[in-house]
Design a protein around this ligand. Structure first.
Ligand SMILES: Nc1nc2c(c(=O)[nH]1)N[C@H]1C(S)=C(S)[C@@H](COP(=O)(O)OP(=O)(O)OC[C@H]3O[C@@H](n4cnc5c(=O)[nH]c(N)nc54)[C@H](O)[C@@H]3O)O[C@H]1N2
Ligand SMILES: Nc1nc2c(c(=O)[nH]1)N[C@H]1C(S)=C(S)[C@@H](COP(=O)(O)OP(=O)(O)OC[C@H]3O[C@@H](n4cnc5c(=O)[nH]c(N)nc54)[C@H](O)[C@@H]3O)O[C@H]1N2
Ligand SMILES: [Mo]
Length: 827
């Protein structure tokens, strides 16, 4: 590897030095002293190996990348024995230490498998037995023949749209082995499929923002840099922050973790933080944030009241509003109550948010006093009417009038994923194309169960209507819907609809267990790839470290063999093997880079060196500065060319659940709904997990060590626990009309009374008779409906439940026990 000095210099990110006034080394030392970083150790020669078990004489180190961070895999006699964080990463995620146990865990799928009932009886098999029947191990040729036969039969009988290839999910890092792209590519080449659009992360936001701001730059960046925030912001108001836990991860690969050091540096530079959150995240404490413990799902009311306070106090920036926005007069009439008879005052919002009116007034005054940056998390829009808190964020920033000024304005991703607000520029690498899909029938991604259960029905979506096709075949690769989708009892009913379900997976996840044909896939350590993310400055040569485990194969090779059965191999592979694809991807990325003035080495040099550091981009970048300076010359791509506080387009759709301007609309489920809270008096928040990525790595040591009584922890306020006679460490049951789950109680004053938190992603261990998950997946109780007719996003965060102690012996958890396999189908 490279020497410490070279790294210290290279990673001497001017940003941090400028804001902290410290040298790079001091920054590293101080964060280490604060106990947050193992990174400095990794920069010191020898120290890295010493702190990592498994490095022995004769072992080799192989650099690779992952969603959790880049690392060197230590390989000894063909086995992965340890992991060393990438030397340039000062804040590596502890999760990378999971890999040695994870790749050979007993939950790996050893070879292709077919559900016994399906193999024996095909169409007459009991489809509700998916997930409980044993599997029959088969050879690769037999498995792929079965897949090809089924696809052909079903397409011939019901048409190509009866094949669902929506296949949503995070898969693994790397530009080449992108499982859902490759699946779509195969299905498109062989006739087409019903696909999906959008995502679960910010499905409501990504449909709304193009109409309000003309693009999704406020999510995907570039956003105002942290260095600018550190220098110019007086105050950062975090709606749904700060959660360093989420900054551990970035889709596509993470060379260096920057969120936490950037926020710490801003704090050190004197920026003040306010965290509006039903949960006191300890990371907010790290940056000294004041905590406003808002009632869940009520941020829109708070934001409207802040606007009302600014307006009534003469602090609304009328000049900015007139020059850069449209619709202010209509919104003003709504804020004052002229249009609906209700003034959106601090007193009004206090009863909704349960934040005292004087605190709301004080916050409004504080925001107007200096330069204020508003950061709103993705989680806020993963709720009923999820577009409203985002639109209200833009309204509030517009009323403050600091959009486009250094350190002012807003942004949506700062605390939701790594690398946001860091100067990165000039590089992007293609993946194999999905190809042209002859079937033009995409559903909003989070409406998958509706589609399966309601074929022929029509749903509103972003000004058009989507009619659900009748699905007979599902092909899923790189996602785990039996973790990620809402109301898993309902999804179980929907999952019994298709005739055949094929899943490509490395591990026996809940979804793999519920397939008819299971095709085992390699992990990133068992193949070659290029790790790159637009949010990260490191492009990493991800070199194969170990041989495929069991009979696992790459998604690419599986799908190429399937394509061959349709005479499409050459079209699928473009006559390239893995390394030829990597060379092609690199060359294309290099050409793109050249167009934006970036000089990159040739592929062989990159591969030999192991990593390429993209130079820092413009570190003084301020989001919407050009637009503010000249709104006419730099029009936004909205109908008016300005920020649409009122949208004629959205208003024209006539959706009752999404009017033409930001508005407070009661969620279907929230703590202010007296009729509901009798049976379900607690609001369940299912945030993203600290010790895993969704369901990935739940089967690994870190997450498993954090279980309570073998189950996913639930955070409960001591008052709520006492009222139910619950003590720490006990097994509790969380339930509502949709379903139930068992979890392990932790008592903490970090949650607001009336709120409980269960992280998403525990591997499902469902008892079908009782509609109960024994292990603690919160999607057993979340509601499965769209955010609104406009956006149809995932609304998991609007969920009321009840809680009680589980009396008597708790059932054992079998989530990590592979399903039974039988040798051959019984006669
Ligand atoms: N209640 C609740 N539910 C939520 C959320 C929430 O906040 N609350 N958040 C939602 C959000 S934002 C998201 S993004 C989703 C995430 O949902 P998913 O993306 O479905 O979650 P993962 O667990 O990352 O699933 C990825 C799967 O891909 C597999 N995999 C990894 N690498 C490969 C590969 O190379 N090939 C193949 N074939 N498979 C591979 C992994 O083993 C894993 O099973 O969850 C959503 N669900
Ligand atoms: N470690 C880890 N990091 C991840 C992921 C992971 O699975 N694990 N997943 C990645 C993905 S796919 C995504 S989409 C992002 C998700 O990023 P986010 O959506 O931002 O993450 P969450 O953890 O769901 O929620 C963030 C914060 O919002 C708060 N919150 C919830 N409801 C409300 C509310 O009504 N009002 C207010 N004010 N706050 C609320 C929660 O308490 C939490 O502190 O994270 C990414 N990063
Ligand atoms: Mo996400």
């Amino acid at each position: 590897m490279r020497s410490i000095d070279r790294f210290a210099n290279k990673f001497a990110d001017k940003t941090l030095d400028k804001v902290s006034g410290m040298t790079r080394r001091q920054v590293l030392r101080s964060s280490l002293a604060a106990g947050v970083s193992a990174g400095l150790a990794a920069l010191l020669p020898g120290a890295a190996a010493a702190q990592t078990s498994g490095a022995t004489a004769g072992s080799v180190r192989v650099l690779t990348n992952s969603h959790w961070g880049a690392f060197e895999a230590i390989v000894s006699e063909g086995r992965l024995t340890g992991v060393i964080p990438f030397a340039a990463d000062t804040h590596p995620s502890p999760m990378i230490q999971n890999f040695p146990a994870l790749v050979t865990d007993r939950t790996r799928i050893a070879q292709p498998m077919v559900r016994e009932g399906w193999l024996r009886r095909r169409l007459d098999s009991d489809r509700t037995a998916r997930g409980s029947e044993p599997f029959v191990a088969v050879g690769w040729d037999e498995a792929l023949d079965l897949v090809a036969e089924e696809l052909t039969r079903i397409r011939a009988a019901y048409g190509h749209e009866s094949v669902f290839g929506g296949s949503y999910g995070w898969g693994s890092a790397g530009r080449f082995h992108v499982s859902d792209n490759l699946t779509n590519r195969f299905l498109a080449l062989t006739g087409g499929y019903t696909g999906s659009v959008g995502n679960y992360s910010y499905g409501a936001g990504m449909v709304l923002l193009p109409r309000v701001l003309g693009s999704n730059q406020a999510i995907s960046g570039p956003l105002t840099n942290w260095s600018v925030i550190a220098e110019h912001s007086d105050l950062v108001v975090l709606f749904g922050g700060a959660a360093f836990k989420n900054g551990q991860i970035s889709w596509g690969g993470t060379g260096a973790h920057t969120t936490e050091p950037a926020m710490r540096a801003a704090h050190a530079a004197g920026v003040k933080f306010v965290s509006v959150n039903p949960v006191r995240e300890d990371d907010a404490e790290t940056v000294g944030a004041d905590w406003l413990k808002i009632r869940p799902n009520t941020d829109t009311a708070l934001m409207l009241a802040l606007c009302h306070e600014l307006l009534s106090g003469g602090k609304a920036d009328e000049a900015f509003l007139a020059r850069c926005t449209v619709g202010w007069e209509r919104v003003k009439a709504y804020l004052t109550g002229e249009s609906d008879g209700v003034a959106k005052s601090a007193d009004w919002a206090a009863t909704i948010t349960q934040i005292p009116a004087e605190e709301i007034r004080a916050l409004a005054a504080r925001m107007a006093r200096g330069r204020t940056m508003i950061m709103t998390a993705w989680s806020l829009q993963r709720a009923d009417h999820g577009e409203q808190p985002w639109w209200a964020t833009i309204l509030l920033a517009s009323v403050l009038g600091q959009i486009g000024l250094p350190g002012g304005g807003f942004g949506f991703s700062y605390t939701s994923t790594n690398g946001v607000g860091m100067p990165v520029g000039g590089h992007s690498f293609p993946s194999p194309r999905r190809g042209r899909n002859p079937v033009k029938r995409d559903i909003p991604v989070a409406r998958v169960a509706d589609m399966l259960l309601q074929p022929g029905e029509t749903v509103d979506f972003n000004g058009r209507e989507v009619t659900y096709p009748e699905i007979r075949y599902i092909h899923w690769a790189g996602g785990n819907p039996f973790h990620h989708h809402q109301d898993l009892n309902r999804l179980s009913r929907a999952w019994a609809v298709p005739e055949t379900i094929v899943v490509q997976e490395p591990w026996w996840t809940a979804t793999a267990r519920r397939a008819d044909i299971v095709l085992p896939v390699t992990t990133t350590l068992e193949r070659n790839d290029i790790g790159a993310s637009v949010r990260d400055r490191w492009v990493v040569a991800m070199k194969q470290a170990i041989a495929p485990v069991g009979q696992a194969r790459n998604d690419f090779d599986i799908l190429a063999d399937l394509a061959e059965r349709f005479d499409q191999r050459a079209a699928f592979t473009e006559d390239r093997n893995e390394m030829q694809w990597l060379r092609h991807i690199w060359d294309r990325g290099r050409q793109r880079g050249a167009r934006s003035g970036l000089t990159m080495p040739d592929f062989d040099t990159f591969w030999a060196e192991g990593a390429f550091e993209v130079p820092a981009g413009n570190e003084d970048f301020v989001f919407l500065a050009d637009f503010r300076a000249d709104p006419e010359g730099n029009r936004l791509r909205t109908p008016s060319g300005r920020i649409e506080l009122f949208s004629e387009t959205i208003s024209g759709f006539g959706y009752a659940d999404c009017p033409g301007h930001p508005a407070w609309l009661e969620p279907r489920e929230w703590l202010g709904a007296a009729a509901q809270t009798q049976a379900a008096p607690l609001h369940l928040i299912s945030s993203h997990p600290r010790l895993r990525l969704h369901s990935q790595m739940d089967n690994a040591p870190l997450a498993r060590a954090a279980k309570i009584a073998g189950r996913e922890p639930v955070m409960i306020h001591p008052e709520d626990a006492a009222a139910r006679g619950i003590e720490a460490g006990e097994v509790v049951e969380i339930f509502n009309a949709r379903g139930r789950l068992l979890a392990g109680a932790t008592l903490t004053e970090r949650v607001r009374p009336g709120v409980i938190v269960v992280y998403e992603g525990a591997w499902l261990d469902r008892d079908p008779e009782r509609g109960l998950d024994r292990h603690g997946n919160p999607n057993m109780v979340t509601a499965d409906h769209g955010t609104s007719s406009l956006t149809q996003g995932c609304a998991a965060q609007s969920c009321l439940v009840q809680l009680r102690r589980h009396d008597g012996p708790a059932p054992p958890v079998r989530a990590f026990e592979p399903p039974a396999t039988v040798r051959s189908p019984a006669p």
